[in-house]
Design a binder for this molecule. Structure first.
Ligand code: BGC
Length: 423
């Protein structure tokens, strides 16, 4: 005959165990930060942010819940599962625009942080029209930005270009780019370094190429529905994107974005079209600006700044709410913005930082942000709902294989229609 009191004790024990596995763990001394910053440059910058936080709140243990995979391709699905199960991290990385509002605010996963804007004078420190509005719903603000990346940068290996007699000026046209590619191809060098083990990296190459052909006005028209995805101009961009594939490193599908940047540093490839998180990798490898690597706007996109901004949220029901609020205050502080962005490659979202603390690339990007046309990124979740972003990535995957422009265009026309009707 089983011992009843033992059974009761065991049942109690398992009930407690189960509850502790499913419920978020609350503790006064803990803060869980979720992001996808795991490459060399990304984690160095995240550590810098943690260090500023630790100075302000030394007793708190930071749990770094970063999930590897550039562009958040692996992190975002993990996050969705946790949110759906009611097990949120205290705070997580999000792009403003559709990603923040559609994925996290509308389903009720975030708490507004409007009060922090008031109590810290952030209304004045951050550009309102451009950025705060992308994080606002029903007059409530839901994130604070750590920094702003420029998505449309073409990086190059300075020495390799010099050895091959290629000069890059302040701007580059698509024709100049392809002429350089031909020269390199004749010398047996794959001109364009891509690491699209996460397809977003090629989707971004297409995004940049598309912007170079349709311009910022065309971009606004395309995402408002005034221009269609089978417009002749869009098809021209698809053709140019197809042509670029003839100059890519053959192992692109096996590499991540940062491995492709390492190939560029080694002189195995000459160019890479990548957001300026690439800058963090150059810095981490002690590469010298201009001498070792250079940059120019992705061909045809001078005058536009593709915004890829990184914000942090406050989870509704955050297990460590006080620590999370202190973290957000830290992220929005001048100290944190200066320490983080110097290493990350992005520029501070605050407009009152000390510019002299930043190097030549950042000066260039800050100037561009101040005068160029802002363009929200589709690949990084700002310009369109998640379903369209996914369809865009899938269409790029298919196009890399079949290079069929009509299929590519009609798939995107359909995806855009579906996304409008789902709104
Ligand atoms: C993020 C960057 C990150 C990049 C590559 C982008 O979506 O905004 O912060 O470095 O992905 O992982």
């Amino acid at each position: 005959m089983p011992n009843c009191s033992l059974l009761t004790t065991l049942a109690f024990f398992f009930a407690v165990l189960q509850a502790s596995l499913s419920a978020p763990v609350a503790s006064a001394n803990r803060l869980e930060v979720f992001s996808w910053w795991t490459s060399g440059g990304e984690s160095a910058a995240l550590d810098a942010l943690f260090n500023v936080y630790k100075k302000q709140d030394p007793g708190v243990e930071i749990v770094n819940a970063a999930v590897a995979g550039g562009g958040g391709s692996a992190a975002r699905p993990v996050l969705q599962t946790r949110l759906a199960r009611g097990n949120p991290p205290d705070t997580w990385q999000s792009h403003p625009g559709w990603e923040l509002i559609g994925q996290y605010v509308d389903p009720g996963y975030c708490e507004p942080i409007t009060d922090l804007y008031k109590s810290n004078d952030w209304d004045k420190a951050f550009p309102k029209e451009l950025l705060i509005n992308m994080m606002t719903k029903d007059r409530k603000i839901y994130a604070v930005l750590a920094g702003i990346h420029r998505g449309n940068v073409l990086w190059y290996n300075s020495k390799l270009l010099e050895q091959n007699g290629i000069k890059v000026g302040d701007q580059m046209t698509l024709d100049q780019f392809f002429a350089a590619c031909d020269k390199l191809k004749a010398a047996g060098i794959p001109a364009l370094g891509v690491g699209d083990s996460g397809i977003w990296a090629s989707a971004q190459l297409f995004e940049n190429t598309l912007l170079g052909i349709i311009g910022p006005k065309g971009w606004a028209d395309l995402f408002s529905g005034a221009m269609q995805w089978d417009d002749p101009k869009v098809k021209e961009a698809m053709k140019a994107f197809a042509k670029m594939q003839d100059y890519m490193n053959p192992d692109h599908a096996a590499l991540s974005w940062d491995q492709a940047i390492k190939e560029l540093m080694k002189g195995k490839v000459a160019f890479s079209s990548m957001g300026d998180w690439a800058y963090g990798e150059f810095l981490k490898a002690n590469q010298k600006e201009k001498e070792d690597f250079g940059w120019v706007s992705h061909p045809g996109t001078a005058g536009s700044f593709v915004i890829v901004a990184d914000g942090f949220t406050l989870a509704k029901g955050a297990p460590d709410r006080d620590a999370a609020i202190a973290w957000l205050k830290c992220v929005g502080s001048k100290d944190a913005q200066e320490a983080f962005n110097r290493l990350k490659g992005s520029i501070p979202a605050r407009t009152d930082v000390d510019r002299s603390k930043f190097d030549a690339y950042h000066q260039w990007s800050m100037d561009s942000f101040a005068k160029d046309k802002p363009v929200p990124s589709c690949v990084h979740g700002e310009a369109a709902p998640a379903a369209f972003e996914q369809a865009f990535n899938d269409a790029v995957t298919a196009f890399m294989v079949d290079r069929n422009i009509d299929n590519f265009a009609s798939t995107l026309v359909l995806a855009a229609k579906k996304s409008v009707s789902a709104k």
